[in-house]
Design a protein around this ligand. Structure first.
Ligand code: NAD
Length: 479
């Protein structure tokens, strides 16, 4: 029997059954039933967050530390159960689900610590007898809008700093992953947050998300999702003169040079392009490979792909779970067809797979003979699909890597210090990896990109403060 998960508005669990979600590994398995908020609930949640802001913003570090630490401890204690539930709802493997849950616990722990480290500055004024003090304050009501591909880590890396720096929240998770969102809110609520400080409004982006964008009482929006929705967030936020932060798509290059260690390059490519079913904004979807290693690299990647275990996310042996839903599966298959029409050669995979249960299983796909001008090189596919672009040398590799509307992550596999250093300095991406997959980052350092991938201050680590606080400069004449 499924339990109805309700929205949290002003400290009360409210709402009637609105939607059901299913397990992408087994579409006969209903994960849960969820309330679906409309514009009226969004308004109530925003009003509750607005009313709760003055007291929460003045609550002091200890109260915030207590809630964040308790939340981290509970998530960590329940990592296997929550990780399993995440894998069931999103389709990433058990190991990935548990790993992401641990990441959420680490993020709450990090920002619990940050509550005790907030500081300001005091400087003498240019006017004798005057003191100048610079402090940081919470921004107000923060709207948090998240995608489906990291159902617990992305909410955690937004909610934790928002609370740590004294903001109140209206949180709108992606429609496909309400269970993870509900779980994190339930834990925070029970950890002792005062009513109205954190509100959960599950529902459609075009309805409840849009109501958040349209409200003059939302003072800041932190958004992660597609470029199209990000542009809407930007336009609406400018209209209301509010702060906003966007993390969007990627078309991340992994450069493999002739002098690379082949084993390292294959590990980086297979992990970066295909793990989490390729559904990571940091996935390496363009593999840019120099001539001398090209054929050996392609053969070795194909060999590795052939050995990958693709199946039910909840089976401990599975290495690649299903695609998240039918719509994403169709998008992946459409792009595989587009790649072929454009003249790229499908060197491996790309077929739907039958497993013991009805699910959205797709064999990882590898294109070779592709150019950087093709649509499969320019548009985000967001599935287990990557293409190899053959280049002459390092200079051409760098030019191709940077020739993209996106700029989230990039990577290079090389044993040359000269090329690694040059790439780190000249790659037009927010995060650059040397001999590491383009996906997989630390939680205590800034996360974000350039160009069409990101807009606004960085997320995570101490840099998160830039978005979730506003600076006050106070002048005092003491006589
Ligand atoms: P999406 O843009 O469809 O949805 C993201 C969120 O926006 C969801 O909660 C959705 O309900 C909401 N939304 C939709 N329409 C809205 C509207 N009119 N007003 C307000 N909110 C609205 O994205 P998605 O399909 O859930 O996620 C996949 C995308 O997310 C990919 O492009 C991926 O690259 C990106 N992503 C980026 C990062 C990053 O940090 N750069 C991380 C993960 C995912």
């Amino acid at each position: 029997m499924t339990v109805l998960r309700k929205n949290l508005i002003d400290g009360e669990w409210l709402g009637e059954a609105g939607s059901r979600n299913i397990n992408p590994s087994n579409t006969n398995d209903v994960v849960g039933e969820y309330a679906s908020a409309g514009p009226e609930e969004a308004k109530q949640a925003i009003a509750a967050a607005k009313a709760a802001f003055p007291a929460w913003s003045r609550s002091g570090p200890l109260a915030r530390h207590a809630v964040l630490k308790k939340t981290s401890d509970e998530i960590m204690a329940r990592k296997d159960e929550i990780g399993r539930s995440l894998a069931r709802e999103e389709g990433k493997t058990l190991a990935e689900g548990v790993g992401e849950t641990i990441r959420a616990a680490q993020l709450f722990d990090f920002f619990a610590g940050e509550t005790l480290r907030l500081s300001g500055e005091m400087v003498p004024s240019v006017r004798p007898g005057v003191g100048v003090e610079m402090t940081r304050e919470g921004v107000g009501v923060v709207g948090i809008i998240t995608p489906w591909n990291f159902p617990i880590a992305i909410p955690a890396w937004k909610i934790a700093p928002a609370l740590a720096y004294g903001n109140t929240i209206v949180f709108k998770p992606a429609e496909l992953v309400p269970e993870s969102a509900w779980t994190i809110v339930d834990i925070l609520h029970r950890a002792g947050l005062p009513k109205g400080v954190l509100n959960l409004v599950m529902g459609k982006g075009s309805v409840v998300g849009q109501a958040m964008l349209d409200s003059p009482d939302v003072n800041a929006i932190s958004f992660t999702g597609s470029v199209g929705t990000g542009k809407r967030v930007a336009a609406a936020s400018v209209e209301h003169m509010r702060k906003f932060q966007l993390e969007m798509g990627g078309k991340n290059p992994l450069v493999v040079l002739d002098d690379a260690d082949l084993g390292t390059a294959v590990d980086c490519a297979v992990n970066g392009a295909y793990f989490s079913t390729g559904q990571r904004c940091t996935a390496s979807s363009r593999l840019i490979v120099t001539e001398g290693i090209h054929d050996r690299f392609v053969d070795a990647v194909k060999e590795r792909l052939d050995k990958l275990v693709i199946g039910d996310a909840l089976d401990a042996k599975t290495q690649i779970g299903p695609v998240v839903d039918q719509t994403q599966l169709k998008q992946d298959e459409d792009y595989i067809a587009i790649g072929r029409q454009e003249g790229a050669e499908l060197a491996f995979g790309g077929d739907r797979l039958e497993r013991g249960t009805p699910g959205f299983y797709l064999q990882p796909a590898l294109f070779v003979g592709s150019s950087n001008a093709m649509r499969i090189s320019r548009e985000e596919i967001f599935g287990p699909v990557a293409n190899v672009i053959r280049v002459k040398d390092y200079d051409e590799a760098l030019t191709v890597a940077n020739d993209t509307p996106f700029g989230l992550t990039s990577g290079i596999c090389t044993t040359s210090l000269k090329h690694a250093t040059h790439f780190r300095r000249n790659s037009e991406a927010g995060m650059v990896m040397v001999n590491l997959p383009t996906a997989g980052v630390d939680f205590h350092v800034p996360f974000g990109g350039r160009k069409g991938s990101s807009y606004g201050p960085r997320e995570q680590g101490r840099y998160a403060m830039e978005f979730y606080t506003t600076v006050k400069t106070a002048y005092t004449f003491a006589g």
